[in-house]
Write a protein that binds this ligand. Structure first.
Ligand code: GLN
Ligand code: ZN
Length: 758
């Protein structure tokens, strides 16, 4: 009989109770006792949901008030010394200070968890980093679960993934050197879990799915040999990518079990199953923990049957990864189109699917005949539904030719035409798109949503915000203006709501970081644009000023990356469909006289596959999608793009291949160092390296920004430089924005004065 288990469950609560409790506590509205009680209730509720759906081993330790990596840091007693906290008596307040900073110390860094939109707190290491007794929360939770008569399986981030995902804060040492110090701390944790009656511990090692350097790979087997001897049986869990290249040593390693992701990487199974050792279990991740579509039960059952014929009762069943990355319960979605809803499964439904597969495996297919038939009917309905098929879109895609993916002339010829048309000075100043979302804007939006404010009154309020943004930009003396994005709540949702093929849930929240949640839209069908989306707003802004106003759109890759994407066709096809919709919008903007159009791609890099071998294919279609969206314009229409991160090294050729006339990027924090690879690779088009770090409340002075621009001029020909902030300004306040932009304009003026006349 197969054991069923889950690797982790969404912790935020079906009604985002954890978010509310944490934010109330941060705001001082409630005390620690109330927060702890909410945490306890949520753990109990989530354990019960899982065990009632038939899960044999419920996860424990997947709960966190901020982040599971930060919990691991606390448990290991490894809070950075710079905070001066006592590791074995870390309070929850101090824990939050690690994540959010305090008066004396900046927060620990945060970054994306593999290729998900979840962010973890990055461990900090130096030569002196010690590990030892830390926070006690995990052990308390074991007692909590035992009191509920549950069979818990604690989940830890494994030592190598923990180290690998951390960062050295000191030159001249490698964090791998800390492993001998780290392992005894893990051993001590495992020992205590063993003493409290825990049989299995899940050790998450998703780093194994990356292209790890060999010294890291070699460290695995000895590390796990040491830990496996401590007491509890270890389930080494991998997900998000294949670990086939490690199959040999994984099978002979000392752990009692392996979990693999058979949704993302079913191709790894033959290597793993060949001579699978008789003393190990294999946990098969066969329900997609990364997406929201119903599982093909029959196919999953068939896979399980095949694996069982090799392993018999050494087979376990599970979702592919933690369910953290999907919303909790589809049952709450009363507003979705019922047909679409029947195609979906959130965390709770996924556990039901797991239970059905388990039943089918134990009792035979007939035992779940009804479920299989229902599933078959739904899959067929989805495949044939007019909701998923738009023949016009498909025809258009088929009819594309190479010319649709290229501008008419090369940049060298377009540039002068654009300068002629836009009449901008050297070192032209611009911003990234959004201006502060003021209380007035937010109130108007809320009132509009609730029906208090009618459409026309709402549009009036947005027009007022646009007037304010335009007149402030004119007063500041900026060169290329924007309308300010007042009417947009979110850069993906705003467009998704106007495109067909997109749906929006009411409660489909997924944790992004800390108490922050996002509600990714669902792309279920062929994407099309029934009518113009932004032309009226941009046209309104342009009517207010003689200066040029930039059109502002979200790019196809970002639209894809920040959504749940249909799984019944390649992502590349969906990306091209979105690109066509944006291309239409670009054409309408151009026809309305807009001379510069920005297509934001902040998520371009994030879509990069985990393994280097898969990257060329992604970059190929991602670049094509951007080009399809942007290349339909005349030579003298200027295409901008914006990306907001600072690691470009590995994707620079693709960035150049986008052939945007201007790219604005985040460079402030790296003091323009980012431009070095741009120069080295011979990046040909215009660049706007950010000179104002919008993530910080600090206002940089004109001379500081001028210094950055001078540094940039040394790396890129001054004629190709633009002057702009790092990113959009929607999270800032007007007074600081006005001050910073006034300084930025001064810096540009100084650069123009100092420039040697040609
Ligand atoms: N145009 C968007 C803005 O200014 C870009 C946001 C982003 O890069 N994430 O808000
Ligand atoms: Zn940005």
């Amino acid at each position: 009989m197969a054991v069923t288990h889950s690797l982790g469950f969404p912790r935020i609560g079906a009604g985002r109770e954890l978010k509310q409790a944490i934010e109330a506590y941060w705001a001082g509205r409630t005390g620690l006792a109330e927060l702890a009680e909410t945490g306890r209730q949520l753990r109990e509720r989530h354990w019960k949901i899982q065990s009632q759906s038939g899960i044999d081993l419920v996860p424990l330790g997947d709960f966190a008030y901020y982040d599971q990596m930060l919990n691991m840091t606390a448990l290991l007693g490894a809070a950075p010394r710079r905070f001066g906290f006592q590791a074995d008596a870390l309070s929850l307040d101090q824990h939050f200070q690690l994540a959010r900073g305090n008066a004396g110390q900046p927060a620990m860094e945060m970054t994306k968890w593999f290729d998900t939109n979840y962010h973890y707190i990055v461990p900090e290491f130096d030569l002196e980093t010690g590990f030892g007794p830390g926070a006690e929360w995990l052990f308390d939770e074991v007692e909590e679960a035992k009191a509920l008569r549950l069979n818990p399986k604690p989940v830890l981030i494994g030592p190598l993934t923990y180290l690998y995902l951390g960062k050295e804060k000191q030159a001249g040492f490698s964090r791998l050197e800390l492993l001998p110090r780290l392992l005894p701390a893990y051993a001590a944790i495992l020992q205590r879990l063993h003493a409290s009656g825990v049989h299995w511990v899940q050790m998450d090692e998703p780093a194994l799915g990356l292209d790890l350097p060999s010294e890291w790979i070699e460290a695995y087997a000895p590390a796990y040999a040491a830990l496996a001897a401590v007491g509890p049986k270890l389930l080494l869990a991998t997900y998000f990518a294949s670990v086939a290249e490690h199959a040999g040593w994984l099978k002979s390693s000392a752990v009692a079990g392996l979990h693999v992701d058979a949704v993302r990487a079913p191709e790894q199974l033959p290597d793993l199953l060949e001579h699978f050792p008789a003393d190990k279990i294999l946990s098969l991740g066969l329900i997609d923990g990364r997406n929201i579509w119903r599982t093909d039960l029959s196919a999953a059952l068939e896979l399980a049957e095949n694996v069982r014929s090799a392993l018999s009762d050494r087979l376990w069943l599970a979702p592919s990864c933690s369910l953290l990355h999907v919303p909790q319960d589809l049952g709450q979605e009363t507003g979705l189109n019922p047909e679409l809803k029947s195609w979906l499964a959130f965390a709770v439904q996924k556990l039901d699917e797991l239970a059905a597969i388990d039943k089918g495996l134990r009792l035979g297919r007939e035992a779940i005949g009804a479920e299989l038939a229902e599933q078959e009917r739904i899959l067929q309905a989805r495949a044939q539904s007019p909701l998923t098929h738009n023949p016009a879109v498909r025809q258009r895609l088929e009819g594309l030719s190479d010319a649709d993916f290229s501008r008419y002339s090369p940049f060298a010829e377009r540039g002068p035409l654009q300068r002629e048309r836009l009449r901008l000075p050297p070192f032209p100043t611009t911003t990234i798109g959004s201006f502060p979302q003021t209380p007035a804007i937010r109130q108007a939006r809320a009132a509009h949503r609730s029906g208090e404010l009618n459409e026309e009154a709402y549009r009036d309020a947005m027009r007022a915000a646009i007037r304010e943004a335009v007149s402030k930009q004119e007063a500041l003396g900026l060169d290329l203006l924007v309308h300010g994005e007042a009417e947009r709540n979110d850069m993906v949702e705003y467009f998704g709501e106007q495109l067909s093929g997109y749906a929006f849930t009411r409660h489909g929240w997924v944790q992004s970081y800390g108490s922050r949640c996002v509600k990714p839209p669902i792309i279920y069908g062929d994407v099309a644009r029934p009518q113009p989306m932004t032309v009226e707003w941009i046209g309104y802004a342009q009517g207010l000023t003689k200066k040029p106003v930039k059109g502002m759109l979200t790019g196809p890759v970002t639209m894809l990356q920040w959504s749940f994407v249909r799984d019944d066709q390649p992502r590349a096809v969906t990306a091209l469909q979105i690109a066509l919709a944006i291309r239409d919008e670009v054409a309408d903007l151009e026809a309305a006289g807009v001379a510069a159009i920005q297509i934001d791609e902040p998520a371009f890099r994030e879509g990069l596959p985990l393994k280097a071998a898969d990257r060329a294919d992604y970059l190929d279609w991602a670049v094509k999608a951007f080009r399809l969206a942007s290349c339909g314009v005349a030579d003298d229409t200027q295409i901008h793009t914006h990306m907001c991160y600072s690691e470009f090294g590995d994707i620079l050729p693709a960035i150049a291949a986008l052939d945007a006339d201007v790219i604005t990027i985040e460079t402030c924090r790296s003091a323009m160092d980012l431009l070095i690879p741009f120069r080295a690779s011979g990046y040909p088009n215009d660049i706007g390296p950010g000179v104002y770090d919008i993530h910080s409340p600090r206002i940089p002075g004109a001379s500081e920004m001028q210094g950055l621009l001078e540094k940039a001029s040394a790396a890129v020909e001054p004629e190709r430089l633009w002057v702009n902030p790092d990113c959009g300004l929607k999270t800032r306040q007007w007074p600081e924005v006005e001050q910073a932009l006034a300084n930025m304009v001064d810096a540009a003026l100084a650069m123009r004065r100092n420039a040697v006349p040609a």
